[in-house]
Design a protein around this ligand. Structure first.
Ligand code: NAD
Length: 473
């Protein structure tokens, strides 16, 4: 059993004022594996005060001092790779394909921030003016459970690179990852108060941070619903926000696509991270003229039916358990809703996959005869439930792809890459992939519409923690 009893404020592990114990589960067994003592609003206030006190000195540090600090953070987090790997499998059920990435990404994203900081111009000239990029102040960093360690490290590295200090409110469901990252960051020996980590509930610690007049910036990754609440709170003090929110991403298969290449990419895009990914390609748009062919190829033995859903420690597993019982129920509810709406099941369905018992396992599910107004095509389900939607021509395909509240990511698959790129340019999303699933961490990442506000990564990510100041004369 894990017992996490302390939070991290002003360079020290301290017992929080909050006394609530929150159960931690292994989603593959549905059993309690430990408890975390949660911070409360008083701890949130203390963490903000510590970050505020540390800001004047940190904001005046040179680029070299910040790079050296980030390098120590990188080394310390990289050294905990194996512990992170064990934690993401245990507290989160990440299958091998995902857990390897999740264990290495926290260090990688710090390395990306170092590279961006090395090239970052803090002072530029605009006509007769000098423009100085100045750090905003205390940054509140709020993370979701689906990549907690990665988001803590990415947001913190960008904030510190900009000269901000930080209060981090990690997901209460990721306490094992948070503990490992906190120990690593402590070992990196940064000045006290420069970063503080207070695991607590969103409606206590999260609200304290997003309403606080001494917090100048919120960088949040999580659901669109919570993002809206944060935006409303932030309005009171004109707190700057970066919001990385949900998605309902289209995978647009053009009529000249090679079926052998398109199908594995479409399935991988839809089922990444067991379907619990903001960028998951959950709407698969296929040409009406080739609908039957694509349906068969998507559903058959090499595709959805072959996807192993089960024990995340088994190397063959592609889809691990849902993170919580609530999430399991949500996925079941949407599968039932899809059936009630008249969609036709090609694979999967309600219930647990064969051979699994207690854990929160679900059957990778593929619906067809879906139209874009159905709830399963509009709502972010956050599980392995995919929809096949037929379109008549390219114009209708683009219209369906864009007919969503979201705009985080999209995938276009086609035989003629020039044509596929032209289609990509017409899709309203922060990132459009063409015939690839490769991610480029040097490029800005973020969403259009209800998928968010602002961008992370690279110079965009650092600028998000700064305000330009124009000096003339
Ligand atoms: P969530 O919104 O429930 O919680 C995210 C964080 O916000 C948690 O730390 C939570 O405690 C906190 N929170 C909750 N209520 C709050 C409030 N009122 N004020 C301040 N903080 C509050 O999201 P989740 O279920 O943890 O994560 C899944 C969601 O995250 C999905 O919608 C997914 O698409 C999204 N996500 C987006 C990206 C992206 O980069 N766009 C990446 C990963 C996940």
């Amino acid at each position: 059993m894990h017992h996490i009893e302390q939070v991290y404020i002003n360079g020290e592990f301290v017992t929080p004022h909050g006394t609530e114990r929150f159960d931690l589960y292994n989603p593959a067994t549905a059993r309690v594996i430990g408890q975390v003592r949660l911070a409360d609003a008083v701890d949130g206030e203390r963490a903000i005060a510590a970050a505020r006190a540390a800001f004047p000195a940190w904001s005046k540090t040179t680029k070299q001092v910040r790079i050296a600090a980030l390098q120590r953070m990188h080394a310390a987090v990289a050294a905990r790779h194996d512990d992170l790997l064990a934690a993401v499998v245990e507290e989160y059920g990440a299958p091998a394909s995902r857990s390897a990435w999740m264990a290495s990404y926290p260090a990688e994203v710090i390395a990306q921030a170092i590279e961006a900081l090395e090239a970052f111009e803090f002072t530029t000239v605009a006509g007769a003016a000098t423009v100085e990029m100045t750090p905003l102040g205390v940054a509140g960093l709020i993370t979701p459970w689906n990549s907690d360690a990665g988001f803590i490290c990415g947001k913190l590295a960008a904030a510190l690179a900009a000269g901000c200090t930080a209060v981090i409110k990690p997901s209460e469901m990721s306490a094992l990852q948070t503990q490992i990252v906190t120990e690593a960051l402590h070992a990196a020996d940064l000045p006290p108060g420069v970063f503080n980590i207070v695991t607590g509930r969103g409606d206590t610690v999260g609200e304290t941070i997003s309403r606080h007049p001494h917090v100048a910036k919120i960088s949040f990754t999580g659901s669109t619903r919570t993002g809206k609440a944060i935006l409303r709170n932030a309005a009171e003090n004109f707190t700057r926000v970066t919001l990385e929110l949900g998605g309902k991403s289209p995978t647009l298969i053009l009529d000249d696509a090679d079926i052998k290449q398109a199908i594995p990419l479409a399935i991988q895009a839809g089922l990444m991270n067991s379907g619990q990914a903001c960028v998951a390609g959950t709407r698969i748009l296929v040409p009406q003229s080739r609908k039957a062919e694509f349906e068969q190829a998507l559903a058959q033995a090499q595709a959805i039916e072959a996807v192993v859903s089960g024990d995340p420690r088994d190397a063959k597993t592609v889809v691990g358990p849902m993170v919580s019982e609530r999430q399991w129920q949500r996925v079941q509810g949407y599968i039932q809703k899809g059936l009630a709406e008249g969609a036709r099941l090609l694979a999967g369905g309600v219930g647990r996959p064969e051979g699994t018992r207690d854990g929160w396992f679900v059957r990778p599910t593929l619906f067809t005869d879906v139209h874009n107004q159905m709830a399963i095509a509009r709502d972010e389900i956050f599980g392995p439930v995919l929809c096949v939607i037929a379109y008549r021509d390219e114009a209708e395909a683009i219209a369906i792809a864009n007919d969503t509240d979201y705009g985080l990511s999209a995938l276009v698959l086609g035989g003629d890459s020039g044509r596929a790129r032209r289609v990509a340019q017409q899709i309203h999303a922060g990132r459009v992939l063409v015939n690839t699933l490769t991610h480029e961490p040097k490029a800005p990442f973020g969403g259009f519409k209800h998928s968010g506000v602002g961008r992370e990564m690279g110079a965009w990510g650092i600028s998000a923690f700064m305000e330009p100041k124009t000096i003339l004369g």
